[in-house]
Design a protein around this ligand. Structure first.
Ligand SMILES: C[S@@+](CC[C@H](N)C(=O)[O-])C[C@H]1O[C@@H](n2cnc3c(N)ncnc32)[C@H](O)[C@@H]1O
Length: 300
């Protein structure tokens, strides 16, 4: 029996039917599918936010490592199809790290930049996602950040700052001179979270950890969902993994779409979404401080 036949026997492909049939219009759809095959069935202008973390061509268990040119060519096809699906006021967020070859690093956002530009998109932010843990390198500095590249189609894009404001450093600070003397100088709703974000990455002690080797944290996507979409808008992840983007969308009354071509991950995504709907899914809450060993109970 060859390996393909064994795999066919063992793998049960999850149903493409949306889990929720309660609402007339489904609030989500997750499917086990190649993303190009999935996207071809979706209408143009359908998604307000497309957010994803593609494979980095590192030879992880879910990807076949190829030459960088082949990798970029396939990314171009997927990104072009995403652009077709993007609402005129929509955003495309591509979360990537480094491709590494013989110890040389190639930042994937730099390699992908010309592709996005040629497709007519405009870069709004290159967000640095900083995390405290990862592999320790011996011949270069250990990598502790990746980037989220926020692109829009036009200048009139959906943008809500208030839901993602963070506490000001000096909330009681007041103007000390001028016409507003004595009044609070900062926004009482908090400050802009800036383009450097610190969230723990999903390692073994993270409440969201599944068997997927490279999940991104739900709280990271929640920030994007809240600021770049309104309630009822469609959020789509073409490399969905275990459904973190769909979960972030559903948590905030958006419509979540996603696909992944590995049946095991789609099954886990469906289980996590079902747990969310029962109110039983554990996610790290937005706004929870980073663990600080110098503080009692880590500052939690
Ligand atoms: C970096 S992971 C994304 C993980 C996801 N952000 C999460 O939180 O679970 C990339 C995912 O892309 C999937 N993938 C790779 N090629 C694909 C394709 N052609 N179509 C759909 N999914 C694909 C892999 O199976 C993998 O789960």
């Amino acid at each position: 029996m060859d390996a393909e036949m064994i795999a066919d026997e063992m793998v049960e492909v999850p149903s493409p039917i949306p889990i929720s049939k309660k609402a007339e219009k489904p609030d989500m759809m997750v499917e086990c599918s190649d993303n190009l095959a999935f996207m071809v069935n979706l209408p143009a202008d359908f998604c307000k936010l497309i957010v994803t973390s593609p494979p980095y061509n590192l030879g992880k268990e879910y990807e076949a490592r190829t030459g960088l040119d082949d990798y970029l060519q396939l990314q171009e096809q997927v990104i072009a199809e995403c652009v077709r699906l993007l609402h005129p006021q929509g955003s495309l967020c591509w979360q990537v790290g480094n491709y590494v070859q013989n110890g040389e690093i190639i930042p994937l956002d730099a390699a992908l930049y010309p592709i996005f530009r040629q497709l007519g998109l405009k870069l709004r932010n290159r967000i640095i996602w900083y995390f405290g843990h990862g592999l320790h390198c011996s011949r270069r500095l250990s990598g502790r950040y990746e980037t989220i590249n926020w692109w829009t189609l036009g200048d009139d894009y959906t943008w809500n700052l208030d839901p993602i404001r963070v506490p000001s450093k000096y909330p009681t600070k007041r103007y000390f001179k001028g016409p507003n003397k004595g009044q609070l100088s900062g926004n009482p709703k908090g400050k802009n979270p800036s383009d450097v974000w610190q969230f723990p990455n999903v390692k073994s002690n993270h409440p969201e950890k599944t068997s997927h080797p490279c999940q991104f944290p739900v709280e990271l996507v929640e920030r994007l969902v809240l600021s770049m979409t309104n309630e009822g808008d469609v959020v789509f992840d073409p490399y969905m993994g275990v459904g973190s983007s769909v979960i972030a969308a559903l948590k905030h009354s958006r419509v979540g779409y996603g696909c992944d071509n590995v049946p095991e991950y789609v099954t886990i995504a469906q289980q996590r979404i079902a747990a969310l709907k029962r109110g039983e899914l554990r996610t790290r809450p937005m706004g929870k401080p980073i663990y600080n060993p110098a503080l009692p109970n880590g500052g939690h």
